[in-house]
Design a protein around this ligand. Sequence first.
Ligand code: HEC
Length: 303
Amino acid sequence: MLLKIAKTTALAALTVSALHATNYSAQAEKDRLEVIKYFEAKFEDPLKNKNTFFPYSTDEELEKSEKGLKHADFALGSYSFNKDGKSQYEEIKEMPPYEDDVDAGAKLYEKQFANGKSMATCFPNPAIMASYPYFDEKRKEVVSLTQAVNECLTTNGEKAWNTQKGDMAKLQAFFATKSVEAEQKIDVKINSAEAAAAYERGKEYYYSQRGYLKLNCAECHVQGAGQRVRNEKLSPLLGQMTQWPVYRLKWAGLGTPERRMSGCIVDEGQVPPKDTSKEMKELLFFMSYMSNGMAIDGPDIRK
Ligand code: HEC
């Protein structure tokens, strides 16, 4: 009898958990933990692990690399391991060249549209970096911050902004500053089969060879991370979404992540998808998931 009761209870418990347990983020979470493990192992001791991870680097280069990096360290991109790059970065950071842009972004946030509304009407709380990109379960699509800002403009009868620089990047810099003040972390959620499929397509994009050069993002930013291409050290996938928008010295201004990603896709010998296309947003969704749990630290500076 006792056994019978125990059995029924166990069975009941199983049914309940099966009903609630469809964990749509299980695969993504597995991927994320593997990526963390990979990069921590890779940068545990680059010189010692040369044969495993850096077959094309010289000892001299690897001696200059930081060691013992942990998850949170990778938010700094290539400066997390590149000692020379990091000291230049820290010098520039003392007087960040984007401060006026953040102020301009704060003004854009309050500025009234012709109909009397404003960005503040669409985004009452400006600390919103942790909320984007997200999978909209009603629209069945990923919504990016860039898209949401332009939708706020167009639904209020205003013209959409350039998705890569200018006002768009300045407003995002203001949002980032507020999100840092609120100590936000990246927190992408996958709550449905459709959201999981969008994540998988973004991942596939990152790992698929493209263009006539037959390159994929992962060759440079996973296997290649830490190595040099031309005069630049390659940043790791882990943490690539924490620091936006970025002020690049090469651009002499701020840019959105879509701007930078398009640049890399062009370098792959390919025409980049539109910034608010399904492909670009799903790529952002995947990359942001990989940075889940890491502190938002934008705007930031890169070479
Ligand atoms: C041929 C190598 C190469 C490929 C392929 C490549 N990139 Fe890059 N990428 C670079 C270099 C070089 C930089 C500048 C150094 C750095 O920060 O990694 C860069 C920078 C970036 C950054 C900025 C990192 C930061 O810390 O600010 C992002 C984001 C990025 N790439 C995304 C992508 C995506 C997405 C793809 C695939 C569509 C891709 N890259 C493909 C070489 C590459």
